[in-house]
Every structure is written in structure tokens, then in C-alpha cells.
Design a protein around this ligand. Structure first.
Ligand code: NAD
Length: 479
């Protein structure tokens, strides 16, 4: 299956074309050429996936949690063996560099390993006192929806947490990046996942989400994507009171204080911002710099952006590949145009690069009016805005000024400032003097319009469990 770039659905333990009889083109964003096809699920394919998930719920949820965990660890080992080929396919259909794609698979493998290693412990009963116990139980069938920016990590994270908790998972992966779902499901299949416990579907996203969420078989929803789509899905999930994990948009500030190590801050911001061509929900997008160092910092940041080598993702010299699709290029043009119309200065970049492929130049905008679209909606691309601040209160106010609250970053060595910033920033995650945050062993979640529910770590696995309270009159013998 993997290798050909013609991707099928996986339902009830078998790979198949969709009953719709149609498929979708797979486009290489570096060339704008078709490189494969993706099967489209019909309503009857989805019904098969729902039926087989329901049929296998009891079997999987009562499989000893240690055994479920071992299977995930085995799948991680298998994926290590195919990761090289999987990364090449991901790079070709997503546009990220080969090095980025390999790094992403290393993180995907960690997701499988961590959840595998913790499945047993997190499924064990725990005593409140000698006559009351909490029994973790699988919540039921999970419907998971993943986007095209980090498909290997996000597929692995949702599948691993749901499966470790004892839930069958129906995964609708992004049609633009199908290979990651296929490689990971193949690893699970080879590791011995029973038929029906995992389904992988592609097709028309609104049709699929509506069909799955209208089914009472589905007990939980996990979605990563934009805030508007997350809200639509949450509304649908309310119909059956399905539990939601929603990891939505971000618009992350970086506050650089006067005592910061400018070279270190510039290098960290530039490295993370231009990874995956800026299409990361946690990517920094608004840089706020203490006025005394503003001009110096801006010059260094512009220099760093201009040193980013933009080019073909399969060229080892490339730092940044194309954007994933034509929609993002249109969005970059709209956001830049609107900012410039309102008085912004393009310090560098600001335009599409004149070559085949969806390439947008690393862009830095200064003097951006607060009403500009680029400060209000998630840029999700290689655009950074930079502004000075004078007081700490002003920095905090500007940092918290969007409706999002996913990640926030700041650079200072001062313990007092660090304390104040930690308590003042509205964000699910804060990183100090660096920009990395997401890992398999820690929960990740947004606040405000960035979503709710946790992914990763103990909380990410617990998201797919019910805790059944058993309350007796005498001491219990449950272990
Ligand atoms: P989009 O909002 O249409 O789609 C985002 C993702 O959600 C895609 O994978 C898509 O297939 C899926 N989706 C869309 N409608 C759906 C539905 N009704 N049911 C189920 N899934 C659905 O936008 P897009 O053009 O693909 O991406 C652009 C925007 O999406 C970005 O501006 C960014 O805000 C957001 N996004 C966020 C993340 C993230 O990691 N949080 C990832 C990708 C995209």
C-alpha cells in the first residue's frame, strides 16, 4: 500500500477503494503536479467502519492494557523500520523538508512508545479509600480528525492515546497528506491490531464528520484544525454528548525583554517560525521587543529570515520548503496586502516566490496596525510581525491581545519577570528562553479560542477513559 502514492481506506482489517468509486488527486506542493490518488469514503464505507468499531469495542477494551501497550510499542518498532520511506512520502505531499519529515516521524514514534509504555499503569484501578475505587474504562469508539501540517505526529498521538485507553479509533486523516495515516496504520496492522479496532478514511471532511458524529456509536471526538471547524464539530458532538478534545488555532507571541540574549532569541524564533513553512499551530507569529533593543533585534531577525534557504524539500541544503497548498498562498497574499494597506512596512519577503510550487518568502512586517487581519487571524505561514513595547504591562496586554491562547514564549533571565509573565500570559503552554513545548509525555492544550481538552501525557490518555466510581459498604478487593 505505502510506496505507490495511491492510498486506500482501511476498514475492518482490510485495505479497499471507497464505494463512492471516486478518488482525489494528491498534489506535490513543490511542483504543483499530481503525484498520486486518494480513495474517497462513501456513507456505506463509514457505516462499515462504525459497525466494525462497535463490534470490536468489547474485545479491545477488555484486552489487558499491558497487551494493548505492547502492541503499540511493537508498532513503534515497525514504524522505525519504514520511517525513512514514510518521511520521503510526507515531504513529497506536504512540502516540508526531508529533515523535518524525518524529525516528525521520530516524534510520532515517541507518541506510540509513550502511550504503549503507560497503557497498563493508566488503566489500573485506584483506591480513594478502602471501600471506594475508581476503575478507568475505555470511553468507547473515538472519531479522530487530523490536519495536513503535522500528520505523522497528530495521527500517532490520537491513535496511540485512544488505543492505549482501549478505544477503537476511526481516523479521518487529511486528504492532502494521506501517507502518514497509511504508514502508521500499516505498522499497527503488522503489530497485530485486531480487525475493526482501527479504521482509516479519507473523503469529504464535512460529510465524514457529520456522518460519524451523528452516530451514537461514537463516544469521543478528537480534532486538530481551525477554530471555526472545531466549533462546528463541537456543536455536532453536543447532539450525542460526545466528549471533545479540540486542538485549534494559535497566534503565539514571543516577548523579548531588554536583558535577553538577542542572538539566541533570533535563532530560536527563526528556526521554529520557518519550520514547516510556518504552518504550525504553536509557531510564533507576533514578536514583541523591548524598545531599547528593538532596532538591533529587528535587524538581526531580518538578517536571519533572509538567510533561510527556500527551495525544494528534497534538497538537503533547503531550510524551508513550499507551503502545503494554494489556499495558504492566497491567505499569505491577503494578510500581507491588508497589513500593507493599513500602513505596515515589509521588512523582508512579502511575496510569492516566482517559481513553480507554493513558495512564499520568509516575511517580516513592522508597524502593523492593531486592526490588521494578520494580528487577528492565525497567519499559519511564514509571516512574522514585530513591534516594540515600553512597559511590562504593555507587553502583557499585547501578548494576550488575540482570541487565541495556545502557546506563549518569552526571553529574559530575570526570575521576577519570569514569575510575572508565567502568571500573566493566557496560554495553554509557556516556554522560557526557547520555543519548543510539545512532547509525548506532557499535556498540550489551548485556552480561549484555541480549544479545550488535553492531548499528550497522562491527561491525553485519560481523555479517552471514563473513571467508574465503585462505592461499597465494606472494604473492596479490587486491584
Ligand atoms: P480548514 O479549516 O478547512 O481545514 C483544517 C483541517 O480541518 C483540514 O485537515 C480539513 O480537512 C479539516 N476539516 C475541514 N472541515 C472539516 C469538517 N467539517 N469536518 C472534519 N474535518 C474538517 O482549513 P485549511 O485551509 O485546510 O487550513 C487552514 C487553516 O486551518 C489554518 O489557517 C489554520 O488555522 C487551521 N489549521 C490548524 C491546524 C492546527 O494544527 N491547529 C492544522 C491545520 C490547519
Amino acid at each position: 500500500m505505502s510506496g505507490s502514492m495511491n492510498y486506500k481506506l482501511f476498514i475492518d482489517g482490510a485495505w479497499r477503494s471507497g464505494r463512492s468509486g471516486t478518488d482525489l488527486p494528491l498534489i506535490n506542493p513543490a511542483t504543483e503536479q499530481e503525484v498520486g490518488r486518494v480513495a474517497v469514503a462513501s456513507a456505506s464505507d463509514l457505516d462499515d467502519a462504525l459497525r466494525s468499531a462497535q463490534r470490536n469495542l468489547m474485545r479491545w477494551s477488555t484486552t489487558p492494557a499491558d497487551v494493548r501497550g505492547e502492541l503499540l510499542v511493537k508498532a513503534a518498532r515497525i514504524l522505525k523500520g519504514t520511517a525513512e520511506a514514510a518521511a520521503a512520502a510526507l515531504s513529497k505531499e506536504q512540502g516540508k523538508t526531508l529533515a523535518e519529515a524525518k524529525g516528525e516521524y521520530a516524534r510520532a514514534i515517541e507518541m506510540l512508545e509513550w502511550n504503549g509504555a503507560h497503557a497498563g499503569k493508566l488503566s489500573a484501578a485506584f483506591l480513594i479509600d478502602d471501600r471506594r475505587v475508581l476503575l478507568p474504562e475505555a470511553i468507547g469508539v473515538v472519531a479522530a480528525f487530523t490536519p495536513w501540517n503535522y500528520p505523522a505526529v497528530l495521527n500517532a498521538r490520537k491513535l496511540a492515546a485512544g488505543l492505549a485507553a482501549g478505544c477503537p479509533v476511526i481516523l479521518k486523516a487529511a486528504e492532502e497528506t494521506p501517507s502518514a495515516g497509511v504508514y502508521i496504520v500499516e505498522a499497527l496492522q503488522e503489530a497485530g491490531i485486531p480487525p475493526g479496532v482501527v479504521s482509516l478514511v479519507f473523503g469529504d471532511p464535512p460529510m465524514i464528520s457529520e456522518h460519524l458524529l451523528r452516530s451514537p456509536v461514537v463516544r469521543a471526538l478528537s480534532f486538530t484544525g481551525s477554530t471555526p471547524v472545531g466549533k462546528q464539530l463541537a456543536k455536532m458532538a453536543a447532539g450525542n454528548l460526545q466528549r471533545c478534545v479540540l486542538e485549534l488555532g494559535g497566534h503565539s507571541p514571543v516577548v523579548v525583554f531588554e536583558d535577553a540574549d538577542v542572538a539566541k532569541a533570533v535563532s530560536a524564533i527563526s528556526a521554529y517560525k520557518f519550520e514547516c513553512a510556518g504552518q504550525s499551530c504553536n509557531a510564533p507569529s507576533r514578536i514583541l521587543v523591548a524598545r531599547p533593543i528593538y532596532e538591533h533585534f529587528l535587524a538581526k531577525l531580518v538578517q536571519a529570515a533572509e538567510e533561510i534557504k527556500v527551495g525544494r524539500p528534497d534538497d538537503p541544503e533547503t531550510d524551508m520548503g513550499p507551503m502545503a497548498n494554494a489556499r495558504r498562498i492566497a491567505a499569505m497574499a491577503r494578510l500581507t496586502g491588508d497589513a500593507v494597506d493599513r500602513g505596515a512596512k515589509v521588512e523582508t519577503g512579502g511575496q510569492r516566490i516566482d517559481r513553480p510550487g507554493y513558495y512564499w518568502a520568509p516575511t517580516i512586517l513592522s508597524n502593523v496596525h492593531p486592526e490588521s487581519q494578520v494580528l487577528r487571524e492565525e497567519p499559519f505561514g511564514p509571516i512574522l510581525t514585530v513591534a516594540p513595547f515600553t512597559t511590562i504591562d504593555e507587553a502583557i496586554e499585547k501578548a494576550n491581545a488575540t482570541e487565541y491562547g495556545l502557546a506563549s514564549y518569552f526571553f529574559t533571565e530575570s526570575p521576577e519577570l519570569q514569575k510575572r509573565m508565567i502568571s500573566s500570559l493566557s496560554a495553554g503552554a509557556i516556554s522560557i528562553n526557547h520555543l519548543k513545548g510539545v512532547s509525548a509525555d506532557a499535556p498540550n492544550a489551548g485556552v480561549k479560542q484555541s480549544g479545550y481538552g488535553y492531548e499528550g501525557g497522562v491527561e491525553g490518555l485519560r481523555a479517552f477513559q471514563n473513571l467508574k466510581l465503585v462505592n461499597a459498604t465494606k472494604a473492596l478487593a479490587v486491584g
